[in-house]
Design a protein around this ligand. Structure first.
Ligand SMILES: [Mn+2]
Length: 366
């Protein structure tokens, strides 16, 4: 941003109370994400001021209350608490970087910046619409309703956190990058009906990241809108690059395209801040996903089986990410040379995408 340097304030929204537990019934550990991200030297690299974490009350609704949001009163209390430091930082003119946490933290951030700035717009970057209501959500996770609750949709106090009206008017909101067409319970049918601009994954591919960012920015910087907030769910990034999320969906943009999408947004003077959600360090034991956000940390090479085979033969591969698509008929190429030499790899993690593809990460055993 030429000539303008803004302070960055980092706050940890270290909470998982807005999202369903793991399959074993224990609460998710997204509360560990702010620490894992700070461990990547984030504060120093951004020259930011770190004001620490806002921690939530204990997880109560391990079993979903029928037709309701899990941990509803706890979450309302938590979001109001999170809003305070966000408001203070925004009032001081800083760009707020909130490290989540689950997607419900967008509501606390919006509450904070709305109090500081007035009428706020919202750019919601997510693989999912998060437009379910407590009545229609499959999980009872407020995280599956983040955008809906922000624009006042749903019969719950969480849709009415602001003193008057919704946190964001639907006309001031844009959803970018959703690819959840096969999962109608995210409430996507109501997006256009309510007036939210819906730039889905196909639109994002067609426009390219720079033009999509431009359209989103037009929407949230119209006269009368005093500033805007950016929500970034880590699951926007293709799971081949960033598998450490709870509901991965194949077919997303790569990290460098996400950076191209973000840059014109975060650099705009009306940008109030950004919250990063859903990154789960317990699905990323060696922190390679966290490190992926770090320039120079890794070199990623995408290529055909032939290219992978050549790199493997030269023993230049530290890690293999294989996206395995189920097929009924057909063949394939082997990625290993047929010289009989073993190159040992260990399976580190495996994530099933909603399309049925299996994303497996192997590390070279040395
Ligand atoms: Mn999502």
């Amino acid at each position: 941003m030429p000539g303008v340097q803004r302070d960055i304030v980092i706050v940890g929204a270290a909470s998982s109370i807005g999202i369903k537990p793991y399959d074993d019934g224990s609460p998710r550990r997204l509360d560990r994400a702010p620490r894992a991200l700070r461990d990547q030297d984030l504060v120093r690299r951004l020259g930011a001021r770190d004001i620490g974490d806002v921690s939530p009350p204990a997880y109560r609704d391990l079993v979903r209350p029928p037709g309701r949001v899990r941990n509803e009163p706890e979450l309302a209390r938590y979001l109001r608490t999170l809003a305070r430091p966000v408001r203070e930082a925004a009032e001081g003119g800083a760009f707020v970087l909130a490290l989540g946490g689950d997607c419900s933290s967008v509501l606390g951030c919006l509450l904070g910046v709305q109090r500081a700035a007035g009428r706020v717009g919202l750019v919601y970057l997510d693989a999912h619409s998060d437009f379910a209501t407590p009545a229609t959500s499959r999980t009872g996770s407020a995280a599956s309703m983040g955008l809906a609750l922000a624009v006042g949709r749903g019969d719950t106090p969480l849709a009415h956190l602001a003193t008057q009206g919704p946190l964001v008017h639907p006309d001031d909101a844009v959803l970018v990058g959703r690819r959840d067409a096969a999962e109608p319970w995210y409430g996507q049918d109501a997006l256009t009906e309510l007036g939210v601009l819906d730039l889905d994954a196909a639109a994002l591919r067609r426009l390219g990241p720079a033009a999509a960012a431009h359209q989103a920015r037009e929407r949230v910087t119209r006269p009368g809108v005093d500033g805007f907030w950016i929500h970034l769910d880590a699951d926007l990034v293709d799971p081949a690059e960033l598998p450490a999320v709870d509901s991965p969906l194949a077919g997303g943009p790569r990290l460098d395209d996400v950076a191209r999408l973000l840059e014109p947004l975060v650099r705009h003077p009306a940008a109030l801040g950004l919250e990063l959600t859903i990154y789960d360090p317990s699905l990323d034991p060696d922190r390679h996903c966290a490190a992926g956000a770090r320039p120079g940390g890794y070199i990623y090479v995408y290529g055909s089986a032939t290219m992978v085979r050549a790199l493997l033969a030269a023993d230049l591969v530290d890690e293999l990410l294989l996206t395995i698509e189920p097929i009924i008929l057909g063949g394939g190429k082997t990625i290993f040379a047929d010289d009989g030499k073993a190159i040992p790899f260990m399976l580190e993690s495996t994530v099933k995408a909603s399309t049925g593809a299996q994303v497996c990460r192997y590390a070279r055993a040395r």
